[in-house]
Design a binder for this molecule. Structure first.
Ligand code: GDP
Ligand code: MG
Length: 140
């Protein structure tokens, strides 16, 4: 398996409850290295573009409102099979369906306020990383 990078967001519901460290501990315990990280407050334009793929979905406007409702922590995680590994650690989108021990099972408040974002493919990971970070900000 190759060493890979994925893009992650600790969402506003989690930063509000001071869960950044608890979530990062799960990544680090499971072999994902945080090679870039910053706390930002996304602009509405930035959030809308990031979630553009969901623009036709009924929850799009609510999702954008939620993502700009507080600070987020954007990060790049590196490790073996990082994209799939992170999706596994996150758990299902809806916390009601998330497996025991996953971040969303442990922390998510709802299907929308579900604590974390993670890229769903290596191709999207590269696009999402470049959307938030300059190459010089990634320190492996
Ligand atoms: P993810 O890849 O597991 O994050 O899920 P998706 O890419 O399908 O959806 C992106 C984000 O939109 C999710 O993480 C949720 O925050 C939100 N979302 C997804 N489905 C719903 C829904 O049915 N209702 C609401 N309100 N939000 C949703
Ligand atoms: Mg997704």
């Amino acid at each position: 398996m190759a060493i890979e990078r994925t893009f992650s967001i600790i969402k506003p519901d989690a930063t509000r409850r001071n869960l950044t460290g608890a979530i990062n501990a799960i990544f680090e315990k499971n072999g994902l290295r945080i090679v870039a990280q910053k706390r930002i407050w996304m602009s509405r334009a930035h959030a809308k573009k990031f979630y553009e793929v969901h623009a036709a979905r009924p929850f799009y406007n609510d999702l954008v409102d939620f993502m700009v409702s507080g600070p987020v922590v954007v990060q790049v995680l590196e490790g073996e099979d990082a994209v799939a590994k992170n999706r596994e650690l996150m758990g299902a989108t809806n916390p009601a369906n998330a497996a025991e021990g996953t971040i969303r099972k442990l922390f998510a408040e709802s299907i929308e306020a579900n604590s974390v974002h993670g890229s769903d493919s290596p191709e999207n990971a590269a696009i999402e990383i470049a959307y938030f970070f300059a190459g010089t900000e990634l320190v492996g």
